[in-house]
Design a binder for this molecule. Structure first.
Ligand code: PLP
Length: 452
């Protein structure tokens, strides 16, 4: 039951009249007569204003890891608001929750990354990355080391820096991006770009593209490489293990900093606290958001190595970067409690040893469907590739794309998944039950059957 009474038709009318939803077609919003109004959630389920239940196979936007309806987080937010709702001066002050959260994050990262800069979103964290790495190299007396290498089809956010670091060409078209000094290399997308090739050889070829680009640019001009351990918004692209180890070796060889964008992979999504721990490499900088607070309040964090901070400490100059809401005490208190819940309920282990394997089995069983070319999962993230011809990676092509058709059929049956072109992606909350995972798989199968 909703706590409030909602006038759905009036809300939808106001939505069209006044509300521009993020990353949306405003023509379609108008044609649909307004957005679907989501009013309530519990566990892994959300309800709309009309009372329809939707199993949330996406954890909101890849973020509600501990599930919905945690009263404990509301309590902690209320207590912190009454104690100190906000404070920042940009002049030698801090708040207790921000300091405590920084220490907690440093401990989760173990030895290498001991220093934390706070922001409000994943995009902002990557803005911080861009300014920080260039400032670092300038302080080291190498200001010409300013180029950042990323990958085609990467997603690093939607601010000017975030979208420029990202490699989505359709995002670059709007706004004349990327900004100068950012280059993109191939992604390690075996199904799309290396079909039929030995997976390890393909992964090494994709990683070696980094070395080729560094040499083409000149190693003394390259500041950093940035990548998501598993590309999320690009279509849940899970690289072969060999990929990141080769990337790390190349970066170390040329003194290039490694930035791990853990906005989706962090906080247990892959079955370890951080994606770099799963793939076995050591980054110099890590971006975190989403699972940091399970989306209950906006907060993000940028973890930085001791070596970089030692360099920043070699000057009295300010790092002239930061946000009004950096280290927001209420968001920090909620993030701390979110992490405490993850630890208390051993949710990262649950992803690795219980829900994750069950998800792999249930979703993996869809590989036999005539429309399915490949199923990939790791922890609680997964992708289903839809193909026009079984045994190939041939797509349905523009206009005949199957992804949106299957997605819409899932939503109509009460399951939220996302279609990235012809790839169906899933990213459920860590608390999803086995029964709910089985229901996800059954709904997707029914939607695939309908689409054949
Ligand atoms: N980086 C990655 C890997 C992401 O997946 C996202 C968002 O999906 C971002 C950065 C941007 O985060 P935000 O939307 O909080 O700005």
């Amino acid at each position: 039951m909703n706590r409030r009474n909602y006038n759905v038709s009036e809300l939808r009318r106001l939505d069209v009249a006044h509300h521009l939803p993020a990353q949306s077609s405003y023509r379609l919003q108008q044609q649909m007569g307004g957005s679907r109004i989501i009013t309530r959630a519990e566990g892994s389920t959300v309800w709309d204003a009309e009372g329809n239940a939707i199993l949330d196979g996406m954890a909101g936007l890849w973020c509600v890891d501990i599930g919905y309806g945690r009263a404990e987080l509301a309590d902690v937010a209320r207590e912190q608001m009454l104690e100190l709702p906000y404070y920042n001066s940009f002049f030698r002050t801090a708040t207790a929750p921000a300091v405590e959260l920084a220490a907690k994050l440093a401990s989760l990262h173990g030895g290498a990354l001991q220093h934390i800069f706070f922001n409000t979103s994943g995009s902002e964290s990557n803005d911080t990355v861009l300014r920080l790495v260039r400032y670092y190299w300038a302080l080291k007396g190498q200001p010409e080391r300013s180029i950042i290498i990323s990958r085609h089809n990467a997603y690093h956010g939607s601010t000017v820096a975030g979208a420029s670091l990202g490699g989505m060409s359709f995002m670059h078209v709007q706004g004349g991006l990327p900004i100068p000094g950012i280059e993109h290399i191939m992604q390690p997308y075996h199904f799309g770009d290396g079909f039929g090739e030995d997976p390890e050889e393909f992964a090494l070829r994709a990683a070696d593209a980094l070395e080729e680009r560094i040499l083409a640019i000149g190693a003394d001009k390259v500041a950093a490489f940035i990548g998501e351990p598993v590309q999320g918004a690009g279509g849940v692209i899970i690289p072969h293990r060999a990929y990141w180890q080769r990337i790390e070796a190349i970066c170390r060889k040329y003194g290039v900093l490694i930035v791990s964008d853990e906005v989706i992979c962090g906080f247990g999504r892959l079955g370890r606290w951080f994606g770099y721990q799963h793939f076995g490499f050591t980054p110099d900088i890590v971006s975190m958001a989403k699972g940091l607070s399970s989306g209950y309040l906006p907060i993000s964090a940028t973890a930085v190595s001791h070596e970089i901070v030692e360099t920043l400490r070699a000057t009295d100059d300010d790092f002239v970067h930061g946000y009004t809401y950096s280290g927001h005490p209420v968001a920090a208190a909620v993030a701390l409690r979110n992490i405490e819940i993850m630890e208390r309920e051993a949710l990262v282990d649950r992803v690795a040893d219980d829900a994750g394997p069950h998800f792999a089995e249930a979703i993996g069983a869809l590989a036999d469907h005539p429309l399915v070319g490949e199923v990939r999962t790791l922890g609680l993230i997964g992708a289903i590739e839809l193909v026009a011809e079984k045994g190939t990676n041939r797509r349905h092509g523009k206009g005949g794309a199957a992804g949106p058709v299957v997605r819409d059929a899932c939503i109509a049956r009460g399951l939220m998944v996302r279609a990235i072109r012809d790839t169906i992606v899933m990213c459920p909350p860590f608390v999803i039950t086995h029964e709910e995972i089985d229901r996800m798989a059954a709904i997707i199968r029914a939607a695939l059957d309908e689409a054949v």
